[in-house]
Write a protein that binds this ligand. Structure first.
Ligand code: HEC
Length: 195
């Protein structure tokens, strides 16, 4: 055998074409055997001894962890509702307005005057007058009356933003509103916010 740097012609030829017997570069050989060893180790680990999760199980595990985070965040938000106040800063109200236009306006009308859903601008409330009552209605919905449950659909900060936005619609007197469902302002309302 020649030393590593020399080349040798193989003893065959096809129509005058001959082949050189070069040594394969070291890095190539390492890579080749490295891949082989990796492949065998991978197969044993994942498919023979089932020591690691395949991507489907991995996905399910991460999705479960995500659900838990979400449930915990929602639970923390909901247990904290009573201490929340409507936001008044421009950027929260702007994002609330956007959420309202996308999700709520089809039922409550763009100006809150009411369509399928009740008027949100007057002093008459079915499910309580306070900001916190509104938050609860938005989160829990009233499924049997056609008000969707927004828990898990809107994030806590989005619920607060849209509730702050509709809070600001109170007293805006839009033209041609949907008539009040109740005959009197809700008893729990106390003095109107606008007196
Ligand atoms: C599919 C139609 C629909 C959509 C969409 C909808 N609502 Fe409603 N909403 C209703 C109906 C119907 C009621 C009245 C429920 C009842 O009669 O008890 C209601 C009631 C409410 C109430 C309570 C009103 C009261 O008088 O106590 C609030 C607050 C409210 N919706 C806010 C929202 C917000 C905020 C959104 C968007 C995130 C929204 N709604 C999206 C149909 C809808």
């Amino acid at each position: 055998m020649n030393n590593e740097n020399e080349v040798e012609l193989l003893h065959h030829d096809a129509d005058g074409i001959q082949e050189l017997d070069n040594l394969l570069p070291r890095w190539w050989v390492w890579l080749f055997w490295g891949c082989n060893i990796f492949a065998v180790a991978y197969m044993l680990y994942y498919h023979t001894f089932n020591l690691g999760d395949l991507q489907e199980a991995e996905y399910a595990r991460e999705a479960r962890a995500g659900e838990q985070l979400k449930t915990a965040a929602l639970a923390a938000f909901e247990s904290n509702l009573d201490s929340l106040q409507p936001a008044t800063d421009e950027s929260t109200l702007a994002s609330g307005s956007q959420i309202y236009t996308t999700y709520c306006a089809p039922c409550h009308r763009a100006d809150g005057g009411g369509l399928v859903g009740p008027n949100l601008t007057d002093d008459y409330w079915i499910h309580g007058t306070s900001y916190q009552d509104n938050l609860r209605t938005i989160i829990n919905g009233v499924p049997e009356k056609g008000m969707i449950t927004w828990r898990g659909v809107l994030k806590p900060n989005e619920v607060q933003a849209v509730a702050s936005f509709i809070y600001k619609l109170r007293g805006s007197n839009p033209p041609d509103p949907k008539p009040a469902e109740n005959t009197a302002p809700a008893a729990s309302a106390g003095p109107s916010q606008f007196e």
